[in-house]
Design a protein. Sequence first.
Length: 428
Amino acid sequence: MTAALETRIAAEIAARREALIALTQDLIRIPTLNPPGRNYRAICDYLAARLEAAGFTVELIRAEGALGDSDVHPRWNLVARTEGTRPGDCVHFNSHHDVVEVGHGWSRDPFGAEIEDGRIYGRGACDMKGGLAASVIAAEAFLAACPDFAGAIEISATADEESGGFGGVAYLAEQGRFDPERVQHVIIPEPLHKDRICLGHRGVWWAEIETKGRIAHGSMPFLGDCAVRHMGAVLAEMEATLFPLLATRRTEMPVVPEGAKQSTLNINAIHGGAAEPDDDYTGLPAPCVPDRCRITIDRRYLIEEDLSEVKREVTGMLERIKTARPSFDYEIRDLFDVRPTMTDRDAPIVRTTAAAIEKVLGREAAFVVSPGTYDQKHIDRIGRLKNCIAYGPGVLDLAHQPDEWVGIADMEDSARVMALVLAELLAA
Ligand SMILES: [Zn+2]
């Protein structure tokens, strides 16, 4: 890349500061809440108009029949592509357009996109409408600075990342849209911070464990068998043996934050006995011995661990309890799993982005791995594309929090980094 092109790109990004702010605000003001998956079509239509004006060919793709798709809440995705003047690589920016529920504790309108002290506030500001806006501005700035480029640029806005991505990137990957013959470089502008490159994520295994009991009158518990007490034994065994064991396992992956450099397990939920009464129910509960109790576990595992071993560890623990505890019976059901993934530090997208970060910020890029998964899992496994990273503005810790915000200067810097990546890979 020539110094002249670098200067032109910096100027084009600077000239788009107001456009970047307005775009981010517009995106935040479309409340794409997931669940249940609201306004997906509206945000795709908005982006379609924007990107068509910038010269992209736009397709809106509904993930018909995918997990979560329905006529009431259809799973709409957008894929936009613009071709250069000659053959070359395709650089793809993938952002999810859904946001999580608002939750409590906001001091501002979660969909108002208010600006204060250089920050834009709102649900999805950081995760990840700020990143989506930065990638659109980066592409527009690059196209203005370098209309004669090789290859292609793609921008996608996809559904349901927050609920697994099956109606979004997984669906597109199944349609061949991330095949290495079609797309060679992928950046996912998740909020990992403007000076960090996220190479991948730990693995996940979700399962449901159910303990069995027998219902009886609560005044004569000896006539039944309490499933909640059996689950108590499971939890006690986890505390005594499993959690301490997981804490000893450390990974070589650069996972952040520090606490996630080990294997972890969360108990997402516990349900047992009588169902919780409705809010308007004013009576007392009925006395029954619970005949079943369920927990959902969320086990995050390391690239050094093996999924079948991870599962055996839990079933082995349950079997041990079974031999020691009279009438203990259980069932375990797999819900979901994702293998860990980590892009090579020498991969072209990693090296190019690291160099661009150094140019824009004047310091070396940091390499991180995410504690949780994101859509890279589908690009990696279904799309078979390994040259993929997450890179975008925003502070990861703010994601899903009340008063979520994204910094305007951070968005500008990352947009410049992304535009320089385009220049390096496509302007040759
Ligand atoms: Zn996200």
